[in-house]
Structure formats: C-alpha cells, structure tokens
Write a protein that binds this ligand. Structure first.
Ligand SMILES: Nc1ncnc2c1ncn2[C@@H]1O[C@H](COP(=O)(O)OP(=O)(O)OP(=O)(O)O)[C@@H](O)[C@H]1O
Ligand SMILES: [Mg+2]
Length: 375
C-alpha cells in the first residue's frame, strides 16, 4: 500500500476567520480508496455532529459514526472544546505521522485529523461490535466464552507487541483498558487510542490524571506513578489488569463491593494465592476442566504482569506466547471432553439400538412392557 500525506495545509473560509488544518492520508486501505479530510466534509458526514450519530463519549470528547463521501464508514472523535492546546502541535504532528503509518489487524486504523479553530477532530476506523467492556458487562453480544476471551487476550497482546517493536523508541499505548478494546463482528479485538495520550490533549476528568501522567485509574503502573518514567512495562502492567478483568468480568475498581473485593486485581490474586482461582472466575463462564485451568493460568500470567518492579514483568511478546499456550491447552482439553461426550453419546446410541433390536426380536413394544421371567 502506498501512503500519501497532505500535511499542514491551511485554508481560509470566505469570512477569512475560520482556519483549518488537516493531516490526512490521501490514499487509505487497498482498492485505492481516496480519503480527503476536511472540517466541512466531517461536519456534513456527521450530520452537523448530530446527537443521532453519536456513538460514545470519553475523556477526549464525543465520538460520532460517519460515512464519508467515498462511502467509508469512520469514527470521528471530536475533542472537547478548550481541551486541545495548539501550542503542542509540533509534537502532535510528529506523533500523528507515526500513528497514521501503523497498520495491524489488531489495531484500530488511524486515518487522520483535522484542526479547526480551537478544535481537534480525529478520524479512525469504525469498529461495529462494541467494546470489550460492554461485552463483559453483557450490554453487547451473548456473553464471551473462555476460548473467545483467550483469543481476544492474544489479539491484544499481539497489537501491543507490535506497538512496542514498531519504532525505536517504542510507542507506548499508555491507556490499555477494556473500553479501548473494540470488537469486530467475528469477535476479533482491535486496540484503539494508541499513542493518543501523547497528543497534547489535556483531560481534567476525575478518572484521568492530566499534566504529566496519563492513563486511567485502576490500570496505572505504580512504578510510573512513583518515578514518572514511562516504559513498555507500564503497558504490561495495564495489560495485567485487563487480563484479570477478562477472567473475572469485574471492573478494575468495584467501589460498591466489600473492602477486600474493591480492588479486583488484589482480590483475584489473593484467590489465586489461596488455591481457589475458580472463585475469581466470571460466573458467566461455563465451568469445565479446561476453563478452570485456563483461568488459573491466566491469573498466574496476570500476577507476573502486575509485579511491583517493572524488571520482573514479562515483555508483551512473552505474554502473547504464554497466552497462546494456554489457549492451545484449553482447545485440547475441550476437544478431548467433546470427544468423550460424543463417544459416551454413541455408546448410549448402540445400547439403545441393541435394546430396540431385542424388543423387535421378542415382539415386545417398548421398555415399559419389558418383564423378566425366570425360566
Ligand atoms: N473506532 C471506534 N469505532 C466504534 N466505536 C468507537 C470507536 N472509538 C470509540 N468508540 C465508542 O465511543 C466510546 C467512547 O470512546 P472514547 O475513546 O472517547 O472513550 P473511552 O475509551 O471510553 O474512554 P477514554 O476517553 O478514557 O479513552 C467507546 O466506549 C466506544 O463505545
Ligand atoms: Mg477510547
């Protein structure tokens, strides 16, 4: 695929007042789909930012679904007014160029952005099947099985590994969490908002800490909080929190629960330590030998990711490998138990068939009328 950039174009409206700049890929995806972003085009495509097209609201601002003139459906993220600091735009432009070059099956594609007056609008790939958090909450989909959850965890691990190895210095996501994981109709996971925390958008929301530290409460690496030093291992820590979330179905912080259950990672890892990982398993998961074993192994991996010192945490690549093994074992166990169940079923069928043949032979109607007569 060839990428062309139309960077830093400045335009003036007829009034001479409006100023918009856009960095957009002029060719995206295969099939030579042309994508030119302008504030006017986005304004039109979102129905003037109509509430009917609103699909979500986050710390960054409001998210809209929009269909561009070339037919491409996109998600448009409009920063809250006054949050964007244009003085940071040099750093921002560099970052945007890096982000827009990244293509990976498990990363939400970044198409471009438009600066308009004091506004910043980001245009990304639209993903249709809700967030992982919505699926875990039962607000979307039919509940995720253990195999699906393992596949999702592997997808996420691959995506973050890619970010960490794509450039030197690495791209650190900084905001790995279940609401930033979007699911496709086939339940493939796509990681959203990578690198956004570096884009110079200040966020005064309570759940986010602005100034130097970016991220979401409950997912933040304690070592980063202490030292202000950000490394790939901060993402590994957040991934550990996410693994616990995937297994327990609970939110990282459950403020309505009793004190010992309020911080989900602490509660789940205590259950693991006490040899009762099964207690931490999401009650919506089907309990089987395979699922219980997978839950225990994923929690063990999460424990490593959540190690207080970052040197003790595994790399994302290692996490992906461990999860791959866990999924392989889970598949083997479940296919063995399926085979056992079906051979039990066919043994029953043979028995039933033999009984029926005997019944026919002796001219007996049904089992109810079977009588044992001693000769
Ligand atoms: N690319 C997308 N495709 C489809 N829906 C999206 C997309 N991006 C975001 N959304 C929807 O919009 C909601 C808000 O997203 P947004 O990223 O602004 O906030 P968040 O991830 O919930 O929180 P934060 O601001 O902390 O990242 C998401 O929960 C999701 O439902
Ligand atoms: Mg998000």
């Amino acid at each position: 695929m060839k990428l062309n950039y139309s960077a830093g174009r400045q335009r003036r409206s007829s009034s001479g007042q409006r100023r918009s700049k856009s960095y957009a890929l002029s060719e995206v995806q295969t099939g030579h789909l042309r994508l030119k972003l302008s504030f006017e085009g986005i304004y039109k495509a979102t129905g003037k930012f109509s509430p009917a097209n609103k699909i979500g609201e986050g710390g960054f601002g409001t998210v809209y679904k929009a269909q561009l003139e070339n037919g491409l459906t996109v998600a448009v993220k409009r920063a809250k007014v006054d949050k964007y600091d244009p003085s940071l735009s040099a750093e921002f432009k560099n970052e945007i160029l890096t982000l827009s070059k990244i293509e990976h099956l498990n990363l939400v594609r970044f198409y471009g952005y438009v600066e308009h007056e004091a506004e910043l609008i980001i245009v990304v790939e639209y993903i249709s099947n809700g967030t992982l958090r919505e699926h875990l909450d039962g607000k979307c989909g039919n509940g995720l099985e253990i195999a699906e959850r393992l596949d999702i965890a592997i997808d996420i691990a691959h995506a973050i590994t890619y970010l960490h190895t794509y450039t030197d210095p690495p791209i650190i996501h900084r905001d790995i969490k279940a609401s930033n994981i979007l699911l496709t109709d086939k339940l493939r996971a796509k990681v959203a908002d990578f690198g956004f925390a570096r884009l110079g958008v200040e966020d005064p929301e309570a759940s986010h800490i602005s100034t130097q530290i970016k991220g979401t409460a409950g997912y933040l690496d304690p070592e980063y909080l202490k030292t202000y030093q950000l490394t790939e291992k901060s993402d590994v820590y957040s991934f550990g929190v996410l693994l616990v979330e995937i297994i327990t179905g609970r939110h990282p912080i459950e403020s309505k629960r009793s004190l010992d259950e309020r911080v989900t990672t602490r509660w789940a890892l205590k259950r693991l330590k006490d040899g009762e990982a099964v207690v931490a398993m999401d009650p919506r998961l089907e309990s089987s030998v395979g699922s219980i074993q997978a839950v225990e192994k994923v929690l063990k991996l999460a424990r490593q990711c959540l190690a207080p010192s970052r040197q003790s945490r595994p790399s994302m690549r290692k996490c992906a490998e461990v999860l791959w093994e866990i999924r392989k074992e889970e598949r083997e166990i479940s296919s063995l138990s399926n085979a056992a169940a079906s051979s039990f079923h066919s043994a029953n069928l043979i028995e039933t068939h033999q009984t029926k043949s005997l019944q026919n032979l002796f001219g007996i109607e049904g089992s109810d009328s079977l009588m044992f007569v001693s000769l």
